[in-house]
Design a protein around this ligand. Structure first.
Ligand SMILES: [Zn+2]
Length: 469
C-alpha cells in the first residue's frame, strides 16, 4: 500500500492543448510557450525557445540545447502562423528547458510530471549491441521478430529524446522509438535487416546482442569482442598505446574550409595526415587512415573505422577558417561542451558536414548519432585532454606558430569514438601567410613531426602512469 501511495504523490498530470495526428499527437509552438512560459521565435531556418537563459534551437535537422545537439524531432509541421511539433518531442523540450521530468501520455493525451529521477539511465548503441543502463530493481524484457525488436522496461522511466535515427546504411539499427505505456518504457528498435539476438542482464545493465549472419560465423570473434566491450575501461587501461587512427577531415564533395585563393582544407589535411601516418609507422605504431584519398566519408563512418580497429588513440586533422584574414595559429580540441563563442563556431563549422550526409537520408526525420557517443567520450575525457595538451605543446614548439591553446567543443566526429580523441586545427587557410605555409611540404613535414612527437610523449606518459600489463 505504501508503495501505491508514493506513486500517487510522485506523479502529477497537466493538460495542454494538442491536435490529434495520424501517427502521433501534435502540440503547437505557441501552446507550448503559453503553458510552460517560454519565449519563442520562428525564423526562416530555425525555431527558438527560451526559458530565462536556457535556450533550445530547432532546425529541421536537429534539436540543440544551449548549443549542444540533443536529438532529432520525430515530426515537425510549419505553416505561416505556427509550428507543430510531435507531442513527445515538444514535451521533451519542455522538460529540458524546465529541468523537470515530463512525459507525454499517449493514451490519455496529457503530460505526466514525475518527481523521480529516471530509473533508466541511458541507452547505448553499437554495431552489434544495444545496452540499457538502469536501476538494479528493474527487469527489462524483450519481444520481437524480423526487423522490429522491443525492449520493455516495466516500471522503468527513461528521460531522453523520443526518437533516434541512424543514417548510416551499414549500421544495423535504423531507428529507435521511445514510448511510455502503462507498463513502463518501451524501446522499439527497428533494424535494417533481420537479426537474431541474445540477451544478458548484469547488475543494472541489460544487453541485447544482435546476431547478423556474418557474426554467426565468427563465434570466436564475438566472444573476444564481448569481453572487450564488457571491460572497455580495463581493455583500455591494460593495453599499451600502439594502434592509431588518423583522420584527415572532410574529403570528396565536402572541401572543408576554402580560402579566397581556392586552397581547400581537405587537400592540405590529407597531405599532413599521410606524413603523420608515415612517421608513426616508423615509430612502431599500427596506423589506420580513415581516408587516404579524396573521398567523402560521413562522420559516423569515421568513428566506426576507429572502433572497428580498436584504436588506442584517435586524431582528426583539420585546417581552420575565419571570416577575416588575420587569425592564425594552432589549436587542439578535445570533446566536451564548448565554453566560448569561438569554440562553438569552430565545432559548428566542422559539424556542418552533416549537411552533406543528410541528403541520403529520409528527409526531415534526421540524424542522430549523439547517443552513440554520449557516454563513449566521457570515459576518456581526462586522457583526451592530456593528449591534446601534449600535441598542442609539441606542434607549437616544432613550428613556432602562434599557440591558440587547448580548447573544447562538441565535435560529432569525436563523439562516437571509444578511445581518447583529439581534433587539431593546424592553422588558418584564410590567412594568406599561414595558407602559404600550410601548402608547403616543408611546413607540413614540421607539423607532422610536431604531432608525432606529441603523441610519443603522451604514449610514454600514459604507459608510465598506468604501467604495462
Ligand atoms: Zn575541418
Amino acid at each position: 500500500m505504501a508503495f501505491i501511495f508514493l506513486i500517487v504523490l510522485a506523479f502529477k498530470t497537466l493538460t495542454i492543448p494538442y491536435i490529434k495526428g495520424k501517427s502521433c499527437d501534435f502540440i503547437s509552438l505557441s501552446a507550448l510557450a503559453r503553458n510552460f512560459g517560454f519565449k519563442t521565435e520562428i525564423t526562416d531556418t530555425t525555431l527558438n525557445l527560451w526559458s530565462g537563459t536556457e535556450k533550445i534551437l530547432i532546425n529541421p535537422k536537429d534539436l540543440s540545447y544551449n548549443g549542444k545537439v540533443k536529438g532529432s524531432l520525430k515530426c515537425l509541421k510549419i505553416n505561416s502562423e505556427n509550428a507543430y511539433l510531435d507531442a513527445e518531442s515538444a514535451i521533451y523540450i519542455a522538460s529540458i528547458l524546465k529541468g523537470k521530468y515530463y512525459y507525454w501520455d499517449e493514451k490519455k493525451h496529457r503530460v505526466i510530471e514525475s518527481a523521480y529521477t529516471p530509473s533508466i539511465k541511458s541507452i547505448r548503441v553499437n554495431d552489434d549491441w544495444i545496452k540499457i543502463v538502469h536501476n538494479i530493481d528493474l527487469e527489462p524484457e524483450v519481444t520481437g521478430e524480423d526487423t522490429i525488436v522491443k525492449i520493455i522496461v516495466p516500471y522503468g522511466f527513461y528521460f531522453g529524446p523520443p526518437y533516434i535515427f541512424f543514417d548510416d546504411v551499414a549500421f544495423p539499427v535504423r531507428e529507435i522509438e521511445i514510448t511510455y505505456s502503462a507498463k513502463g518504457t518501451v524501446f522499439t528498435i527497428k533494424l535494417r535487416k533481420k537479426c537474431g539476438f541474445q540477451t544478458k542482464s548484469l547488475t543494472g545493465i541489460f544487453t541485447l546482442k544482435l546476431i547478423t549472419s556474418n557474426s554467426e560465423n565468427k563465434e570466436q570473434n564475438i566472444k573476444t569482442k564481448k569481453e572487450t566491450e564488457n571491460n572497455k575501461k580495463e581493455h583500455f587501461v591494460h593495453n599499451k598505446i600502439d594502434i592509431m587512427v588518423i583522420d584527415p577531415g572532410h574529403g570528396g564533395e565536402d572541401p572543408g574550409a576554402v580560402s579566397k585563393r581556392g586552397t581547400k582544407e581537405k587537400d592540405i589535411v590529407l597531405s599532413i595526415a599521410k606524413k603523420v601516418a608515415k612517421k608513426l609507422r616508423k615509430n612502431g605504431f599500427k596506423v589506420i587512415l580513415t581516408r587516404d584519398k579524396d573521398v567523402f566519408l560521413t562522420l559516423g563512418e569515421r568513428a566506426r573505422i576507429a572502433n572497428r580497429s580498436k584504436c588506442d588513440l584517435f586524431v582528426s586533422i583539420h585546417a581552420n577558417y575565419s571570416r577575416g584574414n588575420r587569425a592564425h595559429g594552432v589549436e587542439t580540441y578535445f570533446l566536451s561542451e564548448a565554453k566560448t563563442k569561438w569554440e562553438r563556431s569552430v565545432a559548428a563549422f566542422e559539424n556542418s558536414v552533416i549537411k552533406y550526409e543528410i541528403k541520403d537520408t529520409v528527409g526531415e526525420r534526421n540524424i542522430l548519432k549523439w547517443i552513440l557517443g554520449d557516454m563513449a567520450q566521457n570515459e576518456f575525457l581526462r586522457e583526451s585532454q592530456d593528449l591534446a595538451a601534449f600535441v598542442q605543446e609539441s606542434i607549437v614548439k616544432k613550428t613556432g606558430c602562434l599557440d591558440r591553446g587547448v580548447k573544447q567543443a562538441g565535435f560529432f566526429v569525436l563523439k562516437g569514438v571509444y578511445a581518447p580523441s583529439i581534433l587539431i586545427e593546424t592553422g588558418f587557410i584564410t590567412n594568406p601567410k599561414e595558407e602559404k605555409k600550410l601548402k608547403s611540404k616543408k611546413y607540413q613535414e614540421k607539423l607532422a613531426e610536431g604531432i608525432v612527437r606529441g603523441i610519443l610523449k603522451y604514449k610514454r606518459y600514459y604507459e608510465r602512469k598506468y604501467g604495462k600489463h
